[in-house]
Design a protein around this ligand. Structure first.
Ligand SMILES: Nc1nc2c(ncn2[C@@H]2O[C@H](COP(=O)(O)OP(=O)(O)OP(=O)(O)O)[C@@H](O)[C@H]2O)c(=O)[nH]1
Ligand SMILES: [Mg+2]
Length: 744
C-alpha cells in the first residue's frame, strides 16, 4: 500500500497548494472576483474525501466453519476475531484501523426486538399462549414468563422433524435467554457499547453466544494499523453463506453490494459443495463475481501428502471455473499462518500442532508459496482498484484546477504588462470570445436539463413497471411461487394426531414462510439488483452520450479561444485539450455514499391468521358433530382439521400476497426517491460541473483586471508581483502532477 499512500499524500499536498493559490488570488489589489470560488469548495471536498471517505471494502464470505475468521486473523496478524464461533446468528463484523484496540457493539432497540419477536409468534401453536393480538413486550416480566412456558411446552422434535429447523423457536429462546444480560444496555438511550484496550476480547462473548448475538445489529472492530491494512480498508467477516436462514443471506447480500472485493473462503476438508454453487450463482446474478478471490483453506491434517492436496485444489479450481471463468484461487493453511505469527501466545496443544505442521515441509512450503502469491495478488488488486477509483479521478480534478489557475494568471499578467491600447484590444477580443462561450455554456445547460428530465421520466417508468404491484415482474414471480406452493394435507394427518391442529398449522406455516423467504433472497433479490444495475447503466449511458456530444463542441470552442489569445501572444497551458472526464457512477456512489435500499428480506404477517384458522376449525368440527348426530357418513376422522388447514393455508397465501404488495409499493418509492433519482441528479450535476470547469477561467469577468490597467504604477506592480509568483507556483504544481501521472 506504500505507493498508494505516497501518491495520496502527494496529491493532498498539491491540493493544499492549489487551495492556498486561491487565497493568494484574492490578495491582488483591486480584484474581488475570481473564478475560483467553486474550486475552493472542491479542494475542501477532495481533502475530506481522500482522508475520510475513500474506504475500500473487502468482504470475507464462505460456508460456516470454513475458516473465515481464522483467515482474517492470520492476515491481520492477531487473534482479533473469535474463531470457531459456530453460531449461525449472522451479523457482519467489520474491521477497520483506529487509534487503539476497540470493539463497538451496536444493539437493536426494544421496538426492533419486540417487532421481530411478534413476527416469530404469529400462529404460535401453544394454546396456553395468550392471544397474540395482545402486543407482546419482552420488557414485561409476565410476558417473558408466559412465553417461556409456551416455548417449553412446544414439542420441538415435531417441529424439527419437518426439516426446516424452527428458526422462530431458536430466535425466541435466544431473546429470552439473553434478556438479563443486555437489558441494561438496551434500556439506556445509547445502544452502543464499546470495549477498549484490554477489555477488547470481551466482544467475543457476544459473537460466541446466540442469546447475545441476536441482540446485535452491527459490530465494528478497530485495530491498530498493521503493515497489511491501512486506514482506508474495511475487512468484513460475513458469517455463513450457507446459513439456512434467508434473513442472514439478505444481510450478506446488502453488505456485498457495497464491497470492492469478495474473498470466498472454503475448506479443503469439504471442497466446493452444492450450497457454495448456489451462493456463488446468486452473487453472480447480482453482478458481484467480477472481483472475487477464492481461498482454499488447507487443513494439513486432512491430507496424506502434497499430491493429495494438489489434486484436491485442482479439482476445486475446476469446479469453481464452472461458475467463474479462470478464477483466482489460492490454497494455503490459514491456521498454520496464524499460529506462526502468534507463536508466543498459543496454547500448548496448538504449539504441538504447529510443530507437527512445520515438520510436514512439503505441505508447509506449498502453503507458504501460495500465501505469498495471494498477498501479492491482493495487494495489487487493492492498490489497482484504489488508483483507478480514487486517485485518477482526483488527479484529473487537480489538473483542471492547476491549469485553470495558470491560465488565469497568464492572461491577466499579459494584459497588465501591455500598454493600455493593446490591452483594450485584447479585452475586446476576449469579450467577443466569451459571448460565444456563454452561448455554448447555456446550450450545455439546456441540453442537460432536458436530458435529465427525459432520463428521469424513463427511469420512473422502468421502476414503476418493474415493481408494479399488479403487473410487475417481481410481483408476478412471487405470486406464481405463492400460488404454486403445494401442501400435502394428507401427510399431515399424523401430525394432527400427534401434536394437534395448532402445532400442525404452525409447522406448515413455518415451512411456507421459509420457502418463500428463501425464494425471495435467492431469486428475487438478484433479479432486483440486476434491474437496478440496468437502470444505473442507463443513467451512465445517457450522460456519457451528452458528454461525448459536447466534448467536440467544447473542445472546438476552447481551441478557438486559445488561438485568439495565441495570436495576441498569450500562450495558455491548454487545460481544455484533455478529454472530458466521463461520468463514473461507481465513484459518484461512493463519494456521496448512496446505497441501494436494503433488499427484500422477509415477509410479514399479522396474528389474525391464527385466530381465524382456529375459528374455522371450530366451524368444521361443528359440522362434523352435526353430521355425526345425523348419522351421516364421515369419510375421514380428520376431515374438519384438513378442511381448516386448507382454509388456513389459503388465508396465509392471501395475506402473504397482500403484505408483499404493500411492501413493494413502499420499496418502489424508496428505490426511486432514495436512490435512482438521487443518483441520476447527482451524476448530471457532476457532468455539468465538469463541462463548466472548462469554461470557468475563460468566461471569467475580467473587467476588474481591465480597470487595473489604468491604475497607478504601484498598484499595478503589486498585482504583477502576485500574478508572477502564482504563475510560477502553478507551473511547478503542473510539473508535479505530470510526474505523478507518469508514475501511475
Ligand atoms: N485443523 C484445522 N482447523 C482449522 C483450520 N482452519 C481453521 N480451523 C479451525 O476451525 C474452526 C473454525 O474456524 P473459523 O475461522 O472460526 O471458521 P469460520 O468460517 O469463521 O466459522 P463461522 O464464523 O462459524 O462460520 C476454528 O476452531 C479454527 O481454529 C485448519 O486448517 N485446520
Ligand atoms: Mg467466523
Amino acid at each position: 500500500m506504500t505507493t498508494y499512500n505516497s501518491i495520496k499524500n502527494d496529491l493532498l499536498k498539491i491540493n493544499s497548494a492549489i487551495s492556498s493559490l486561491f487565497s493568494t488570488a484574492k490578495s491582488i489589489p483591486g480584484i474581488s472576483r475570481t473564478p475560483f470560488d467553486t474550486w475552493e469548495k472542491e479542494c475542501r471536498f477532495i481533502e475530506k474525501q481522500m482522508t475520510e471517505d475513500d474506504i475500500v471494502r473487502v468482504a470475507v464470505v464462505g460456508p460456516i466453519k470454513s475458516g473465515k475468521s481464522t483467515f482474517i486473523n492470520a492476515y491481520l496478524g492477531g487473534d482479533y476475531l473469535r474463531r470457531g464461533a459456530g453460531v449461525v446468528t449472522s451479523i457482519v463484523t467489520r474491521i477497520r484501523t483506529g487509534a487503539a484496540l476497540k470493539a463497538i457493539l451496536d444493539f437493536k432497540n426494544w421496538d426492533e426486538v419486540n417487532d421481530e419477536m411478534r413476527q416469530a409468534m404469529v400462529l404460535f401453536p401453544s394454546l396456553d399462549w395468550r392471544s397474540a393480538d395482545d402486543q407482546f413486550d419482552i420488557r414485561r416480566e409476565q410476558d417473558r414468563t408466559e412465553l417461556k412456558k409456551a416455548l417449553s411446552s412446544l414439542n420441538t422434535d415435531q417441529l424439527i422433524s419437518h426439516d426446516a429447523r424452527d428458526a422462530n423457536w431458536v430466535l425466541l429462546s435466544s431473546y429470552l435467554k439473553g434478556y438479563k444480560r443486555v437489558s441494561g444496555t438496551l434500556a439506556s438511550n445509547n445502544s452502543i457499547q464499546q470495549y477498549e484496550g484490554r477489555k477488547f476480547a470481551r466482544h467475543k462473548d457476544f459473537v460466541g453466544d446466540d442469546s447475545l448475538a441476536t441482540y446485535l445489529r452491527d459490530m465494528e472492530l478497530h485495530i491498530e494499523t498493521t503493515r497489511r491494512i491501512d486506514n482506508n480498508i474495511e475487512i468484513a467477516d460475513c458469517q455463513g453463506s450457507d446459513s439456512p436462514n434467508p434473513l442472514h443471506l439478505s444481510m450478506i447480500q446488502d453488505y456485498l453490494l457495497t464491497t470492492n472485493l469478495i474473498i470466498y473462503v472454503l475448506s479443503s476438508r469439504t471442497g466446493i459443495r452444492q450450497a457454495d454453487i448456489k451462493f456463488l450463482s446468486m452473487i453472480k446474478k447480482m453482478g458481484l463475481l467480477e472481483n472475487i478471490f477464492f481461498v482454499i483453506n488447507c487443513d494439513f491434517s486432512e491430507h496424506e501428502d502434497l499430491d493429495d492436496l494438489v489434486t484436491l485444489v485442482e479439482r476445486t479450481r475446476e469446479e469453481i471455473s464452472l461458475i467463474k471463468h479462470e478464477p483466482e484461487a489460492f490454497a494455503f493453511s490459514t491456521l498454520f499462518n496464524l499460529f506462526r505469527q502468534l507463536e508466543e501466545d498459543i496454547t500448548q496443544k496448538d504449539m504441538l500442532r504447529l510443530k507437527q505442521w512445520k515438520k510436514e515441509s512439503e505441505l508447509a512450503t506449498f502453503s507458504n508459496e501460495e500465501t505469498n502469491r495471494f498477498e501479492t495478488a491482493l495487494h495489487q488488486k487493492l492498490t489497482e482498484d484504489r488508483f483507478s477509483l480514487l486517485l485518477k479521478n482526483q488527479l484529473e480534478r487537480l489538473t483542471i484546477m492547476a491549469s485553470g489557475i495558470h491560465d488565469w494568471t497568464s492572461i491577466n499578467h499579459d494584459i497588465l504588462v501591455r500598454d493600455s491600447d493593446s490591452a483594450r484590444e485584447i479585452l475586446e477580443k476576449i469579450e467577443h470570445e466569451q459571448e460565444l462561450m456563454n452561448h455554448v455554456k447555456s446550450m450545455v445547460k439546456d441540453t442537460l436539463d432536458g436530458a435529465s428530465k427525459k432520463t428521469r421520466a424513463e427511469l420512473e417508468r422502468d421502476v414503476d413497471s418493474f415493481l408494479d404491484a399488479q403487473y410487475g415482474d417481481i410481483i408476478k414471480d412471487i405470486q406464481k411461487f405463492v400460488r404454486n406452493y403445494n401442501v400435502a394435507y394428507e401427510d399431515h394427518e399424523d401430525d394432527i394426531e400427534a401434536v394437534g391442529f395448532s402445532s400442525t398449522i404452525y409447522t406448515i406455516f413455518q415451512e411456507f414462510k421459509h420457502a418463500l423467504d428463501l425464494f425471495i433472497t435467492e431469486t428475487i433479490n438478484p433479479k432486483l439488483v440486476q434491474f437496478i444495475r440496468k437502470e444505473e447503466n442507463k443513467i451512465n449511458e445517457a450522460l456519457n452520450d451528452i458528454a461525448s456530444t459536447y466534448d467536440t463542441m467544447v473542445k472546438d470552442a476552447s481551441h478557438k479561444y486559445d488561438e485568439t489569445l495565441r495570436n495576441m501572444g498569450i500562450i495558455l497551458k491548454g487545460q481544455t485539450s484533455g478529454d472530458i472526464n466521463y461520468i463514473d457512477l461507481g465513484s459518484i456512489k461512493r463519494n456521496v455514499g448512496f446505497k441501494v435500499p436494503p433488499l427484500i428480506s422477509s415477509t410479514r404477517y399479522t396474528a389474525k391468521i391464527r385466530t381465524e384458522a382456529i375459528l374455522r376449525l371450530g366451524f368444521y368440527n361443528l359440522i362434523k358433530t352435526v353430521k355425526k348426530l345425523l348419522k351421516k357418513q364421515i369419510q375421514n376422522e380428520k376431515e374438519g382439521e384438513i378442511l381448516a388447514l386448507r382454509d388456513g393455508v389459503r388465508r396465509i397465501k392471501q395475506e402473504t400476497e397482500r403484505s408483499i404488495v404493500f411492501y413493494l409499493k413502499n420499496y418502489k418509492e424508496n428505490l426511486k426517491f432514495q436512490y435512482i433519482f438521487k443518483l441520476a441528479e447527482t451524476a448530471s450535476n457532476h457532468l455539468h460541473e465538469a463541462l463548466l470547469d472548462r469554461f470557468r477561467v475563460i468566461t471569467t469577468d475580467i473587467s476588474e483586471m481591465a480597470a487595473l490597467i489604468s491604475e497607478e504604477q504601484s498598484g499595478k506592480e503589486k498585482a504583477l508581483d502576485i500574478l508572477e509568483s502564482m504563475e510560477e507556483d502553478s507551473g511547478k504544481i503542473l510539473k508535479e502532477i505530470d510526474q505523478i501521472r507518469g508514475a501511475l
